[in-house]
Design a protein around this ligand. Structure first.
Ligand SMILES: C[S@@+](CC[C@H](N)C(=O)[O-])C[C@H]1O[C@@H](n2cnc3c(N)ncnc32)[C@H](O)[C@@H]1O
Ligand code: SF4
Ligand code: SF4
Length: 368
């Protein structure tokens, strides 16, 4: 077992159910499956994950606060001295505030989604904002999470102004995975997302944008899918990436109701991910000077736009094509010289991809 990485970060998609039906939701294809992990499943899963090195558990879904046993499940993880986080639409937060009590709720890290009025159920927008402030006032670690799409683009000033005024960090995804309910929402064109990026960077220092590492603001650890993290779906399936798995079941490595987690963690699915090298990716990632920190950025986004897990990242592919076709106003680029150097590397026949595996790099990133 010595070469097997520690499973630091466990994500539990506790239920497939939700009290919303957001227009962009990648999980929507599972709403009718009506599956939910029981408290017995979760206790067993968490105990097994601790043996594999788990330090943090994040609850998500569907809507995790919609799940019957969510309070007990979070309480159990806190009892086991794990870091506990929840990713929620924020409507039902009173359930865990009351259930866990003041002392324990302060130990929970919240990511509350707020994407304005149009993509979610507008009737609850006011309540979600009130609950964000309620959780912040309790002293919990909190960030707002926002996906920007063509539906809510004209609401982003209101969203980011709200988080800025209240001193709350906001993590934003400048795209959506075109799957589930979001499959027919068109992605931004490269000119549009460069302009949105610039506007956000110039006006909202509290907003962290998720972008590939060619953009200088994005130099942080990657999620570490398959190496230090895995996700468990509402039916017990274990996967490297849930957003993909809501739509593509071939990413399932096993099921906790049939097998021990440790056997799944060492299975072929995870072993193959850990061996991936830069040269296995498609262009431009396979010849990108930023790969050693970026690792191809969010693979869920790349996969849902392409045909394989190692498909080109849509931002970088679009940026490359637009620059080659002289379609870009270079004042929108973060650093035009660096972008041209990146293109030169991709086109150079001498470029040598690194020999380090995906797993080596994730391990280093998460040890720092
Ligand atoms: C699937 S939800 C589950 C947790 C909870 N129900 C919520 O809304 O926060 C997790 C996050 O994924 C985001 N999301 C949903 N569909 C998406 C898509 N197609 N592309 C990108 N992000 C998406 C949501 O906005 C939310 O921030
Ligand atoms: S994004 Fe979250 S709240 Fe919205 S429908 Fe999906 S699971 Fe429900
Ligand atoms: S080309 Fe790939 S590795 Fe390079 S910055 Fe873009 S997503 Fe990251």
């Amino acid at each position: 077992m010595t070469d097997i990485p520690a499973l630091n970060d466990l994500h539990i998609r506790i239920t497939s159910g939700c009290n919303f039906n957001c227009q962009h939701c990648y999980a929507a294809d599972w709403f009718n499956e009506k599956c939910e992990l029981s408290i017995a499943d979760i206790k067993s899963l968490v105990n097994q994950a601790i043996e594999l090195g788990c330090k943090k558990v994040t609850f998500s879904g569907g809507e995790p606060l919609f799940a019957q046993d969510i309070t007990e499940a979070m309480g159990y993880c806190l009892e086991k001295k794990l870091k506990v986080a929840i990713e929620t639409n924020g409507v039902l937060v009173d359930k865990i505030i009351d259930g866990l009590g003041e002392e324990r709720i302060r130990k929970v890290a919240f990511a509350i989604s707020y994407d304005g009025n149009k993509m979610r159920d507008e009737r609850y927008s006011h309540q979600v904002k009130e609950n964000i402030l309620k959780v912040a006032n309790l002293g919990c670690d909190i960030r707002i999470q926002t996906a920007i799409t063509k539906i809510n683009i004209d609401e982003i000033d209101d969203i980011f102004q709200f988080s800025k005024e209240n001193g709350i960090k906001n993590r934003c995804f400048l795209a959506h995975s075109p799957t589930g309910n979001g499959k027919n929402i068109p992605l931004f064109e490269v000119k549009e997302w460069l302009a949105i990026r610039k506007k956000v960077i110039d006006n909202y220092p509290n907003v962290m944008i998720e972008l590939p590492d060619i953009f200088p603001e994005r130099k942080k650890k990657k999620c570490g899918w398959g190496v230090h993290r895995c996700e468990v779906m509402p039916n017990g399936d274990v996967t490297s990436c849930a957003p993909i798995t809501f739509n593509h079941r071939e990413f399932v490595a096993g099921n906790i109701k049939q097998e021990m987690l440790k056997n799944i963690w060492v299975s072929k699915h995870f072993a193959e991910i850990r061996k991936i090298k830069q040269s296995d990716y498609e262009l431009p990632c396979s010849k990108c000077v930023y790969w050693k920190t970026c690792l191809g950025s969010c693979r869920s986004l790349a996969y849902s736009n392409g045909t394989t897990l190692l498909a080109p990242h849509p931002f970088c592919q679009a940026l490359y094509d637009a620059i080659k076709n002289n379609e870009i106003d270079e004042s929108l680029l973060p650093d035009a010289e660096l972008v041209h150097a990146w293109i030169k590397g991709i086109e150079s026949s001498n470029f040598a991809p690194t020999d380090d595996s995906y797993s080596d790099i994730v391990k280093k990133q998460h040890m720092e």
